[in-house]
Each structure stands twice: as C-alpha cells, then as structure tokens.
Design a binder for this molecule. Structure first.
Ligand SMILES: [Zn+2]
Ligand SMILES: [Zn+2]
Length: 217
C-alpha cells in the first residue's frame, strides 16, 4: 500500500464514514439534523478541516516526521502496536481537551465545537480549524516520539478512533458526550470516547466516593 499524506487521511476518513453509515442506519440516527440552520456552515468547516488534515499529514511526511515502518509480522503484533499507538494519542489528547475547558485563554479554540447542543455525527468534524489542527497533531504525535507502526496498522487504529469519534456524536450510542456538549466541564471523553464513558460511569456507580472525586477533577 503506497501512500502519501493526502491519500492516508482520505482513506482514514472515507473508511470511517463507510463504517459509520450502516451503524447509524441500524441505531436509527440520522447523520445530520433535518432543517439544521447551520448545516451549510458545518459542511464548509468540515470540508476545510479535511483539507487541513491532508495538508498537515502530507507536510509531516515530506519533512520525515511521519515515517511508516515495515508491516508487523503477525495479527497479534498489529493489535498490540495499534492499541499502544491509541494509548499514546489519548495521553496527549485527554489533558489537552481538559486544558481547553479549564484555561480561559484556550477555551476560544474549542468554543465552536461546543456551540452545538443537539449533536449529530456531522458535528464530529465541526470544530474551529485550530482545534482540528491541534487534534491532528495529537493523532500523529507518537511519530514525534519515534513510535514505529506500519501504514496498514496505523490506518486500522485511526479508523477505530475515527469511527468512535463520529459515533460519540450520536446520543443513542454515547449519551455522555451529549452531556459534555451542554455542560462543558463534565463527561470528558477520549478520542475513542465511548469506552472512557463506560468506564467512568461504572466507577461512579460502584465506587461513589471515587466517582465524586473524579467529578471534581
Ligand atoms: Zn463533540
Ligand atoms: Zn470539550
């Protein structure tokens, strides 16, 4: 699989959307809200954000920051490499997301995404260009630390994050992220947010004291 940054981002978004469409049909959730007065604004921002991601990744590849390794030899190796890659991404994204909500001069970067209260899948890419760009920096940051991953495994891991990232904008799939949109300092999600919410809610139910502490953080 020969690639460049533009093609890699295109494959990632295209495959994620192809997976999301049947899931949304099964859980009976439309991709966007009917008669949404901001629909064209959202489409415009989404298209520009996709172009920004393609340009950023292509630039990182040209500069040699993003370099794919040889294909991992076994499926287990692919799985472990993909999981570790996602964990590294999350350890950068989670504090960054938290910081945007708690440091006043950073919140304007994230404000546009939170201007949507009734979320739908189309809103997953609806964020300010700076917010989006910095999310993509987090997505590719393991390469900066010299993490080695093949192109196919990276694509698989990022499709997973892409699909869960879109699906968290469907209240039926992930009610927690809808709460995060309304009360912005609660229910933080990771990039692959669905799992975090499930774990978080379980902790709150089983260990109320720890749940209270986590809520205060
Ligand atoms: Zn969101
Ligand atoms: Zn947020």
């Amino acid at each position: 699989m020969q690639t460049n940054g533009i093609l890699h981002v295109w494959r990632l978004i295209y495959i994620s959307i192809l997976i999301v469409i049947p899931i949304c049909a099964i859980i009976k959730t439309p991709l966007f809200i009917k008669n949404d007065p901001r629909l064209w604004e959202k489409l415009r921002v989404n298209v520009i954000n996709v172009i920004i991601a393609m340009a950023l990744v292509e630039l990182e590849m040209q500069l040699g920051i993003v370099k794919f390794a040889q294909q991992e030899s076994t499926y287990i190796e692919c799985l472990v490499t993909g999981i570790v890659y996602i964990l590294i991404v999350e350890t950068h994204y989670a504090p960054w997301h938290y910081a945007m909500h708690h440091i006043s001069f950073l919140y304007p970067i994230h404000k546009l995404h939170h201007s949507v209260i009734e979320v739908s899948p189309i809103d997953s890419y609806f964020m300010s260009h700076m917010d989006w760009l910095l999310s993509f920096v987090c997505i590719f940051i393991p390469f900066v630390w010299g993490f080695s991953i093949s192109e196919k495994t990276h694509l698989g891991a990022m499709v997973f994050v892409g699909v869960t990232g879109i699906l968290e904008h469907t209240p039926k799939w992930n009610p927690g992220h809808s709460i995060h949109h309304t009360k912005s300092s609660e229910h933080y999600t990771l990039m692959s947010g669905v799992w975090f919410n499930m774990i978080g809610e379980k902790i709150e139910n089983r260990m109320p004291m720890l749940g209270k502490i986590l809520k205060k953080i």
